[in-house]
Design a protein around this ligand. Structure first.
Ligand code: PAF
Length: 281
């Protein structure tokens, strides 16, 4: 059974005995519309922590467009059922008023890491993510927080917040869960029509193409990116926002891939923006 909690005070009260007993709290921050990717985060937290708290909060601070925020799926009932099936103890689903009783005037801003990739196209997005995560970390007092590697830049930003601001918790990155054809699980996939869903696999094809070129010995970033772009350019329903090869920690663009790297891309399929990423080896 997962207990639904809507107020900060009630969550703190529920977690107090756990904290006093020195038992560990695992936090899984989400915006709901839970899918197999979220379930993997909850199951990992369940395996590693004594108490698991999933949060469900559609955070308006991280949306660039009001319409996108309004249209975001709200599915509390099925999310609660998914949390129960995955073994979460609490689902913390506060109303907007509980998290932002006043217009916030304090924000967490991460420099450099947020300037490229998605940050270049979604001004203010990572400020909203970093701010709400800082609030959730404080509210839950968690020992570990779990995030999917699909949102690779988000994961890097949150790790940096925790390091720079000395939050006493460990950030755990969990590998991306994929559909059978390779499409990364995302709440946005539900918005794809049949033709768009078929076209969406092109993100994974782009990654695979670059990986093959890398396995064949190509190390130049421009050449690897050109290979990744080929399937994207050939797909009529796809509009590429960016494809980049970056250092996995600093997210700085690479000229050659000699060590660790991450191929990251954002592609519009119709009016749905999808992202994906993977190491080349
Ligand atoms: O990845 C998400 O769902 C959100 O960005 C997060 C981390 C829950 C913050 O609102």
């Amino acid at each position: 059974m997962t207990q639904l909690i809507e107020s900060i005070a009630a969550l703190r009260a529920a977690l107090e005995p756990t904290r006093r007993a020195g038992r560990t709290i695992g936090l899984v921050p989400t915006m709901g519309a839970l899918h197999a990717g979220h379930v993997a985060l909850i199951e990992r937290a369940r395996a590693e922590c004594n108490v698991v708290v999933v949060t469900l909060f559609v955070n308006r601070l991280q949306f660039n467009q009001a319409a996108d925020f309004e249209l975001y799926p709200r599915t509390v009932e099925s999310d609660l059922a998914a949390c129960a099936a995955a073994g979460a103890d609490y689902l913390f689903a506060p109303p907007q008023q509980e998290m932002y009783p006043d217009e916030p005037r304090t924000f967490v801003e991460v420099e450099e890491l947020t300037e490229g990739l998605c940050g270049a196209f979604r001004p203010g997005h990572f400020r909203g993510v970093a701010t709400v995560c800082a609030k959730l970390f404080h509210i839950a007092g968690a020992d570990r927080a779990y995030f999917g590697e699909k949102d690779f830049q988000q994961l890097a930003v949150i790790r940096r917040v925790v390091r720079d601001l000395n939050f006493p918790l460990e950030i755990v990155g969990v590998p991306t869960v994929r559909e059978l054809d390779g499409l990364a699980m995302s709440s946005r996939n539900a918005r794809l029509g049949a033709a768009e869903r078929a076209a969406a696999v092109v993100l994974w094809r782009a990654i695979e193409a670059a990986r093959r070129a890398f396995a064949d010995g190509e190390r130049g970033a421009a050449e690897l990116l050109a290979v990744a772009r080929r399937p994207l350019d050939a797909e009529p329903l796809a509009r590429t926002e960016y494809v980049e090869l970056v250092d996995p920690e600093t997210l700085a663009p690479l000229e050659r891939v000699e060590g660790e790297s991450r191929l990251a891309l954002a592609v519009w399929i119709g009016d749905v923006r999808l992202i994906d990423n993977a190491p080349l080896k």
